[in-house]
Design a protein around this ligand. Sequence first.
Ligand code: PPS
Ligand code: ADP
Length: 218
Amino acid sequence: MSTLGNSTNIFWHECPVGNHERQKLLNQKGCVVWITGLSGSGKSTLACSLGRELHSRGKLSYILDGDNLRHGLNKDLGFKAEDRIENIRRVGEVAKLFADAGLICVASLISPYRKDRDACRAMLPDDNFIEVFMNMPLELCEKRDAKGLYKLARAGKIKGFTGIDDPYEPPLNCEIEIRQKDGVCPAPCAMAGQVVSYLGRERIPAISMIYTPSIHVL
Ligand SMILES: Nc1ncnc2c1ncn2[C@@H]1O[C@H](COP(=O)(O)OS(=O)(=O)O)[C@@H](OP(=O)(O)O)[C@H]1O
Ligand SMILES: Nc1ncnc2c1ncn2[C@@H]1O[C@H](COP(=O)(O)OP(=O)(O)O)[C@@H](O)[C@H]1O
């Protein structure tokens, strides 16, 4: 019997088909690839490119995009600190379920606070949480301003915008960092390649592939 959280008198039910059996069925090991970074840093672009690359290699993945989830699961949440904390907590829990189901779950959210990302990491067994930091300068994100939100934030029309008047805490120990080289941002397929390469190198039973920069199925 558990008395964790607000519910009492609740019981955990074991299911007859376990995580290992699902992994065997799918021929992959579930994990969470957590992409964090400023608005406009390329999180969604990487998530989509990575999803496509994994799919082409016969690996089942699913993207949890912050913007998209705020249209449904998290539509009751705004951007004040407590709402962001709850946003990350919920997505962390959902990502954990996807990983348990055997999928490579790609979560792309600003997730500005280190403590919340670390809490999501702590929900999963060791090595199953791969944090990817989109380390792009604010100036680049602001220059891109794909949604025009930085302009509104600078004009004071959006309050509490990450990087402008709300904090972003960069990871201290992320597994993967994506940054500019010689002032140039890697192309989306190269960013995805960096992640796939890591997955292939560090999690050979999970992904069983070595990255080659092409779209062929291994
Ligand atoms: N105040 C403020 N600060 C930051 N971002 C804002 C804000 N208001 C709206 N938006 C838009 O919401 C998207 C971020 O949602 P997330 O769920 O990823 O944010 S968070 O992780 O809870 O901080 C973010 O999407 P991305 O640009 O894809 O990051 C913005 O489009
Ligand atoms: N590697 C890249 N090279 C060039 N442009 C990019 C790259 N990644 C993202 N972009 C562009 O930057 C803008 C913001 O990218 P997006 O993926 O929406 O960022 P985020 O999800 O972090 O807000 C988009 O217009 C996108 O096309």
